[in-house]
Design a protein around this ligand. Structure first.
Ligand code: SF4
Ligand code: MG
Length: 336
């Protein structure tokens, strides 16, 4: 078994004035050594909550995780103590967020910020840590690295700051990097540079990446496999090719048809998905996509669809896959 991370039946809810509201509902996925899994979906679909629960970064006082496990090398991170999870954070699993300033300390020289993690996790001398910090800045393409160790975050451009964050995240050679919209705040040219950098470093260091994004163009550039989230569930997952060329869930189809920024030249017009995601506080028992789906049947409103495996690598939660569904109701794109 070469999975380093396995998320099984994860449920996460938030305590609110109106009771517990589910944000993640039975999520399953796994991550192999060195691969990139993209988690895609609209905002509010539970992507970031899933990522943050892996690192125990959700506020303890209003988060409930009633069910599920997050296995890192076979051990359940949800059962780790605060101290144990701090040891994992940064050394085994690192995270990069959309806004580099959320992970940087504006009042501390960036060399010191890289060295902090190194001395915590790797027991290097100060001199060794500084040398390693310099190497990391070089590795992420920051010119004049030696001198830049003594610069403060505000002395870098947005793109350079995200490079610094990536240097910090990768300094201790983590096995898993979780990148939550890492390039969303950057302009397109810088975005492409950062993605190229992440791919290059991944190859060099054999890091597995969980890439959270709403941008299918980024997915096309980066991912080996894709999990599509909707209303707190993974509604479909598969290889990049399966998701892009043989999507089986009507929501995945809708996403692909509504995204303008794919590399492939498109022949069909853009079709936005009508309606908006359901209110998680009032979700019924049926398929969460039923109100927006063009193929909704009676069963969809009443019963929740289970996963159907459509290949060794692709699985989908949709009643269209059920053998009792009349064949003439299944659209041709899905039937093929
Ligand atoms: Fe549409 Fe029904 Fe499939 Fe849900 S289960 S995506 S409503 S066809
Ligand atoms: Mg998010």
């Amino acid at each position: 078994d070469n999975h380093i991370l396995e998320v099984n039946n994860l449920h996460v809810s938030f305590k609110t004035r109106n009771g517990e509201v589910p944000a993640v509902r039975g999520v399953n996925f796994s991550l192999k050594k060195g691969e990139t899994l993209a988690i895609v979906g609209e905002s509010g679909s539970g992507k970031s909550v899933t990522a943050k629960s892996i690192m125990q970064l959700l506020p303890k006082q209003n988060t409930v995780i009633p069910e599920g496990e997050i296995l890192y090398e076979g051990k359940d991170l949800l059962k780790f103590s605060k101290k144990e999870i701090q040891n994992v954070r940064g050394s085994d699993i690192s995270m990069v967020f959309q806004d580099p300033m959320t992970s940087l300390n504006p009042t501390m020289k960036i060399g010191k910020q890289i060295m902090e993690g190194l001395s915590r996790h790797m027991k290097l001398t100060k001199k060794q840590a500084r040398e390693r910090a310099k190497e990391m800045l070089e590795l992420v393409g920051i010119p004049n690295a030696e001198a830049r160790l003594d610069a403060y975050p505000h002395q870098f451009s947005g793109g350079m700051r995200q490079r610094v964050v990536i240097a910090i995240a990768l300094a201790c050679n983590p096995r898993v990097l979780i990148a939550d919209e890492p390039t969303t705040a950057l302009d397109v040219t810088i975005q492409a540079q950062i993605l190229r950098l992440m791919r290059g470093l991944q190859e060099k260091m054999d890091t597995a990446i969980i890439l959270i994004t709403h941008d299918l163009g980024v997915v096309a550039n980066m991912a080996d496999r894709v999990a599509v989230m909707y209303a707190g569930e993974v509604v479909e997952q598969g290889t990049l090719d399966e998701i892009f060329y043989r999507p089986q869930h009507p929501y995945t189809l809708g996403l692909l048809r509504s995204m303008p920024n794919l590399d492939a030249p498109r022949t069909e017009p853009l079709i936005p998905i009508p309606g908006s995601p359901p209110d998680p506080a009032t979700l019924g028992t049926g398929c969460p996509f039923a109100a927006r789906c063009p193929y909704t049947m009676k069963v969809c409103h009443d019963y929740h669809p289970d996963y159907t495996a459509v290949s060794g690598t692709q699985a989908v939660r949709c009643w269209l896959q059920d053998e009792r569904t009349p064949e003439d109701h299944v659209p041709e794109v899905i039937r093929q």
